[in-house]
Design a protein around this ligand. Structure first.
Ligand SMILES: C[S@@+](CC[C@H](N)C(=O)[O-])C[C@H]1O[C@@H](n2cnc3c(N)ncnc32)[C@H](O)[C@@H]1O
Length: 171
């Protein structure tokens, strides 16, 4: 009872783990991608920190699973000062064929997007390159590259395996 009362009286202090609340640049980027991502703020902050931490390393960046372009823009904006290339892979027309047993998603999910809209969202990011179609069929142009960060957000079993097999030896 004593500790309960004591706790109630204590002044509320900011949570030191909520670093994203204090980061003006991150919050500005979040405003830019509002309505264009499924990824919550905490995960976006992790991605933002990963991007900043690789900015001085050699190698390109890739995202597989772009959808409406939200996290792609977050990566592109964060890495703009580094002039690092960001390779963006998606069908831009929804999920490819899925496995009825292994996958939650079905073919055509996330179909409410298109290349034109995503290009428009990223039109001021000269550091991005688009690859439309089924990954890994679209991977050939980057086969000789190495990568310092790869964001895999493809949500289905076969695509995750294909991404790991392709990118792991190139990381
Ligand atoms: C959950 S969404 C990506 C979310 C996005 N990063 C965001 O910021 O909201 C998953 C995307 O993966 C794409 N995808 C899944 N497997 C793919 C594959 N093998 N090749 C190309 N795109 C794929 C789908 O088309 C879909 O747009």
């Amino acid at each position: 009872m004593f500790s309960f009362l004591n706790r109630k009286k204590r002044k509320k202090t900011p949570n030191p783990i909520h670093l994203w609340e204090e980061d003006g640049q991150f919050n500005a980027f979040m405003m830019e991608i509002s309505g264009h991502t499924l990824v919550d703020k905490v995960r976006c902050f992790m991605l933002y920190q990963y991007a900043k931490s690789v900015s001085c390393m050699s190698g390109d960046v890739a995202e597989i699973g772009v959808y409406k372009g939200g996290t792609a823009r977050l990566l592109a904006r964060t890495l703009q000062p580094s002039e690092k290339k960001i390779h963006l892979f998606d069908t831009f027309s929804g999920m490819p064929a899925t496995d009825n047993v292994k996958d939650y998603h079905r073919k055509g999910d996330f179909g409410d997007t298109c290349m034109e809209k995503v290009s428009e969202l990223l039109k001021d990011c000269s550091n991005v390159l688009f690859y439309q179609g089924l990954f890994p069929d679209t991977a050939k142009p980057v086969a000789e590259k190495s990568f310092c960060l790869v964001h895999v957000y493809v949500d289905i079993y076969r695509s995750v395996i294909d991404c790991c097999e392709f990118f792991y030896p190139r990381l």
